[in-house]
Design a binder for this molecule. Sequence first.
Ligand SMILES: [Fe+2]
Length: 295
Amino acid sequence: MGIAIKPLRPDRPDFAGEVTGIDIAKGVSAAEAAAVEAGMDKYAVLVLREQRITDAQQYAFSQHFGPMETATGDIAKLEDRRLPMEINDISNLDKHGRVLPRDDRRRLFGLGNMLWHSDSSFKPTPAKFSLLSARTIPGEGGNTEFADMRAAWDALDPELQAECRDLVCEHSQIYSRGQLGFTEFTPEERIKWAPVPQRLVRRHPRSGRLSLYLAAHAGAIRGWPVPEARMFLRDLNEHATQRQFVYAHVWRQWDLVMWDNRATMHRARRYDMTKPRDMHRTTVADSAPTLEQAA
Ligand SMILES: [Fe+2]
């Protein structure tokens, strides 16, 4: 049986699909990977159920889609890491597998994942795809929501589209965490996460569709006063995350969900943080900074 992809919601035929007929643990051929990438071009979010994979298998599958990122956006010190740098640790666990205390700095930093964002938009070359594998889930809550930034763009008034078209934003993790009152960064972190420029509107290199490139990390617009920029971005975020643009994923153990950070935003939802939640993310890097890409 070959790969098949169908929309998760019949009323939204081009956003969030489910892939069947693939077993990543057995290895994926170049032709199968090409079918998955074609699905990503169309759906931007793909769900693959029952993928009982190791980190090595997840990494090998991810490598089909481009060069890989390392977890330089994480706040844990190297000696405190639970997982290797090839894996983003999306969990509430310390390196001994214990649930982090409520006031742990890593946990509070991780709460930033509950703000709408696009992965690694704070890096000069941001993320292309993220692939998130559910190893342990807390039972209920902890959904991940995805917003279709192509549909959000398409639904903007033409006047607003024209205003957005050539704007350049500044993205930093210091901006996103600052929204939550998390402001205590070390001098080294301030240097490492200094703001980087990203286009506000970008074109998908394969589908040709335009999308809004927004994230909680965006805290300024070049040439604009900061309060005006933040208010403008807040309005755009409100528009882009209306429920008609959103798919909410309810996790099952061993789900692998992959999304295109160039065309979507996502956020985690609340769960009982006294229970372990362990998700492993691999991240495929984009080809170049957004200002160097055709728009
Ligand atoms: Fe994320």
